[in-house]
Design a protein around this ligand. Structure first.
Ligand code: GDP
Ligand code: MG
Length: 370
């Protein structure tokens, strides 16, 4: 039977294990952090704590679909995938916009008006960096809950005039739980009441020791408003990426994760996907969640049609038969028959779970009316 430890369940939800234990205690179950609970109990806990649950069965149908290892000799460096996190109004959106603007050649097709939920820029040192353009802990948590690991580095934005706030601490917790390294961007240093030093000191209380205080965490003073420090931040990200030694094999069957998806009136289902392994090509048959399709077109972050997209490249996929969900993992399969087999199996599972939930709800209602 499927099981999970309390610690792992808490990690996947980005919740504290103690909160899971507390919840179970209220249900009359006493557990330690290392205890194993069954999948149904885990699902109940997750849903009660406000998470969407997607149970991935270890069935034959899914066999070999994901995480087939890369062969060493084909590994090449890939760009880091970066997510910006931080307290509300500390400048996440402004930073993402400012970074993108400094990098987009004016007049480029689509230009900066194009928005696909992720984009790539070139650091002053020449390396590419991929930014996930959906700031917010919700997206990060949703993806992690589905077992998708998309982020290599988190940029923690802290406003220099406001300091460390509750969502700053939350972001630190998320990043640490996911084992993702942090880089600190002390933003709004253009403001007269900016106090970057206070930010550094406050971070110490959350065991983030920045470089200038003798620690290992890179920190940069920036202003999304004036553009100050953005180049240094990008250089820092490339440096951090080199330390992480990120590699992927571009010459294999592709895997990725849906960053966002929508039903477009003219174009049908459109999924923005971060390619994580291999290279995705037009004409490939892809599955994502309970949806599949043949890739009719790939559109890059500046609105250009492209024939292929390699590791760490964000791209829109056109051609899905239905709209997948953010956080769904994407894989290329060898045939339409295989795609149908997988998605029909997943649809069936979804239905059965929904029916099981309805069943128990019905019983509860009947119990109440006795
Ligand atoms: P988010 O909630 O973290 O996405 O924050 P926003 O990017 O929406 O920024 C919140 C407010 O701070 C907006 O009014 C921005 O114009 C302002 N802001 C963001 N970055 C800077 C900065 O570097 N300097 C100044 N002076 N204002 C900034
Ligand atoms: Mg914002």
């Amino acid at each position: 039977p499927e099981t999970i430890t309390i610690q792992e369940l808490a990690n996947r939800m980005s919740e504290r294990a103690v909160d899971v234990i507390k919840f179970l205690m209220k249900q009359g179950q006493m557990h330690k952090i290392t205890d194993v609970i069954d999948a149904d109990t885990a699902q109940l806990v997750a849903e009660e704590l406000g998470h969407t649950v997607k149970r991935v069965a270890e069935s034959d149908v899914e066999e070999g679909l994901f995480d087939t290892p890369d062969v060493d000799e084909n590994l090449v460096a890939r760009p880091p995938v970066v997510t910006i996190m931080g307290h509300v109004d500390h400048g996440k959106t402004s930073l993402l916009d400012a970074i993108r603007k400094t990098n987009v050649v004016s007049g480029e097709a689509g230009g900066i008006t194009q928005h696909i939920g992720a984009y790539q820029v070139t650091s002053p040192l020449g390396g590419k960096i991929t930014f996930i353009d959906t700031p917010g802990h919700a997206a990060f948590t949703a993806m992690r809950a589905r077992g998708a690991k998309v982020t290599d580095i988190v940029v923690l934005v802290v406003a220099a005039d406001d300091g460390v706030m509750p969502q700053t601490v939350e972001a630190i917790t998320h990043a640490q739980a996911a084992g993702v390294p942090l880089i600190v961007a002390i933003n709004k240093v253009d403001k007269p009441d900016a106090n970057p030093q206070r930010v550094r000191t406050e971070l110490l209380q959350h065991s983030i020791v920045v470089e200038s205080m003798g620690g290992e965490t890179l920190e940069f003073e920036v202003s999304a408003k004036t553009g100050q420090g953005l180049d240094s931040l990008l250089e820092g990200l490339q440096l951090q990426a080199e330390i992480l030694d990120l590699k992927a094999n571009p010459e294999r069957s592709s895997e990725g994760t849906v960053i966002e998806a929508k039903l477009d009136r003219g174009r049908g289902p459109v999924a923005t996907v971060l390619v994580q392994r291999g290279t995705l090509h037009t004409g490939d048959i892809v599955v994502a969640g309970a949806e599949w399709g043949r890739v009719r077109a790939l559109v890059n972050d500046v609105g250009q049609n492209v024939k292929e997209a390699g590791p760490s490249v964000p791209v829109e996929i056109l051609g899905f038969n239905g709209t997948p969900e953010a956080g769904d993992r994407v894989a290329v399969v060898e045939s339409e028959a295989r795609a149908r087999e997988i998605t029909e199996y997943r649809t069936r599972q979804k239905r059965e779970r929904a029916a099981a939930r309805m069943g128990s709800a019905g019983r509860t209602l009947a119990d109440m009316m006795r």
